[in-house]
Ligand binder design. Structure first.
Ligand SMILES: NC(=O)c1ccc[n+]([C@@H]2O[C@H](COP(=O)([O-])OP(=O)(O)OC[C@H]3O[C@@H](n4cnc5c(N)ncnc54)[C@H](OP(=O)(O)O)[C@@H]3O)[C@@H](O)[C@H]2O)c1
Length: 430
């Protein structure tokens, strides 16, 4: 007997799920052990042109009625956003249906409710497509690494910002020109806020940290900075020193392992780091585990067909579980570690200052770093008339100490401007 699939949403991802279910029907049936049949497709505007052929009889605007139909076995949610996606998923689960979703925003905001509903109703919840599109990452973290101890997850999880920063690096373009090009090519939306301000990456970081550290994490726990302040001069300065600027999502345990930090911000990484070679709109995630060592996952982080590939993989997994009368892994939050504040994050910093070019300036700047216990690794000075630019790179220091140093520097009469402050990451790997 066929397993019936209700699809919520038929946009970029949903239309490709339908195409692949049709084109690969025989293979999917053989892999699951039963044919997969589309029970219905919920959309907002039924008359809209679709990227694939859809039987008009399957289209409905009544998503609630579709997810509660008795003959539906699996609900696939690719609408996105919080509501009505959350209510529809909860209705489906209350009816004992298993759910596949690509919805990072919902899982990062209210994953606890969704996971609890899955557990209480004996339903499966799979969400491989919610983080890094086609790249298998959730299943490796949840299942393949379940016997290991993950220290750190560090990656590029937003293709739009990687495209923009890569263009700035390769062509010297400004942020706004690179953004405009990304919009023309379809890599960035007309309203790019979710990407360029780091919201999208922060949602993914929350999901990854929760799984990696067996704790509950929401988007509100993530320290978030976007890339709108990154200038062409920052990118050129990094390049001259052998670095590249990337928007990174970093989930890392503290040294004593008792807590962890989750952050998204632009950072300089050495050009020899494996993530430095991740160009254009690609994604890559580096996972460091006690026994497995360093692992890297790379590929297309978005797009209709790549994301649909991850959704289909989940549908096959859920289908197999249903036929075997079993369930996939539940949410694992037993470790219940706390998220430490950003001020406790320890890393290195690249600081660029415009200062007056006169004797004693370097000593006063160095004193301010020393006063806050931030030790300087290198200083580079370039003078222009009565002004000079000082570029300092620190040893490892806490974010709180660095912030206090910057505040102090701003108050010095010899510091005309704090031009940029950028974290330096990944040197232990490069
Ligand atoms: N696009 C990607 O590359 C990508 C990658 C990874 C994850 N995701 C995730 O996948 C999900 C879907 O993204 P997408 O890009 O496919 O979105 P999309 O192109 O905007 O499609 C959304 C679909 O949901 C339908 N919809 C909206 N509100 C609805 C409602 N109230 N009831 C029923 N249907 C409704 C829309 O109907 P109409 O077509 O009639 O308007 C549309 O078909 C999101 O969670 C997103 O974060 C997307």
């Amino acid at each position: 007997m066929a397993l019936k699939v209700a699809l919520l949403g038929c946009g970029v991802v949903g239309s490709q799920v339908i195409r692949l279910m049709r084109e690969q029907a025989d293979d999917l049936a053989a892999r699951v052990g039963a044919p997969l049949e589309l029970a219905g497709v919920a959309v907002r505007r039924p008359g809209r042109r679709r990227d694939t052929e859809v039987d008009p009889a399957l289209l409905t605007t009544d998503a609630e009625a579709l997810v509660t139909r008795d003959d539906v076995d699996i609900v696939v949610e690719v609408i996105g956003g919080i509501e009505p996606a959350r209510s529809l998923i909860l209705s489906a689960m209350r009816g004992g249906k298993s759910v596949v979703t690509a919805n990072k925003a919902l899982l990062a905001e209210d994953g606890a409710t969704i996971h609890a509903a899955a557990r209480d109703n004996d339903a499966d919840l799979y969400f491989e497509a919610a983080v890094a599109g086609a790249i298998p990452l959730i299943r490796p973290l949840r299942e393949s690494l379940a016997g290991d101890h993950v220290h750190r997850v560090l990656g590029i999880v937003n293709g739009t910002t990687n495209y923009i920063l890569d263009k700035m690096d390769s062509s010297g373009a400004s942020f706004s020109d690179a953004l405009e090009e990304a919009q023309v090519l379809g890599y960035a939306e007309a309203d790019p806020t979710a990407d360029v301000e780091g919201f999208d990456a922060a949602a993914k970081a929350a999901i990854l940290a929760g799984i990696a550290f067996h704790s509950r994490v929401t988007a509100a726990d993530v320290h978030r900075e976007g890339i709108t302040e990154v200038t062409a001069a920052d990118v050129a300065g990094a390049k001259a020193m052998g670095y590249v600027i990337k928007l990174l999502a970093i989930c890392a345990r503290s040294e004593d392992g008792a807590s962890f930090g989750v952050r998204v911000h632009p950072a300089m990484i050495p050009r020899t780091h494996p993530l430095a070679g991740v160009r254009e709109a690609y994604n890559a995630v580096f996972v460091e585990a006690r026994s497995a060592g360093r692992l890297m996952f790379y590929g297309a982080g978005a797009g209709g067909a790549p994301t649909a590939s991850a959704v289909l993989g989940d549908i096959v997994a859920v289908g197999r579980n249903l036929l075997a009368g079993t369930r996939g892994p539940e949410e694992s939050t037993y470790a219940d570690l706390s998220v430490h504040p950003m001020g406790e994050t320890v890393t290195r910093y690249h600081v660029s200052l415009d200062v007056a070019d006169k004797p004693g300036v370097l000593a006063r700047v160095a004193d301010m770093f020393a006063k806050h216990d931030v030790s300087i690794q290198t200083v580079h000075q370039e003078g222009y008339g009565d002004e000079a630019q000082l570029v300092l790179v620190t040893h490892r220091a806490s974010d709180a100490a660095l912030s206090a140093t910057i505040e102090g520097l701003r108050e010095l009469d010899i510091v005309r401007d704090v031009v940029s402050v950028m974290r330096v990451e990944g040197e232990d790997v490069a």
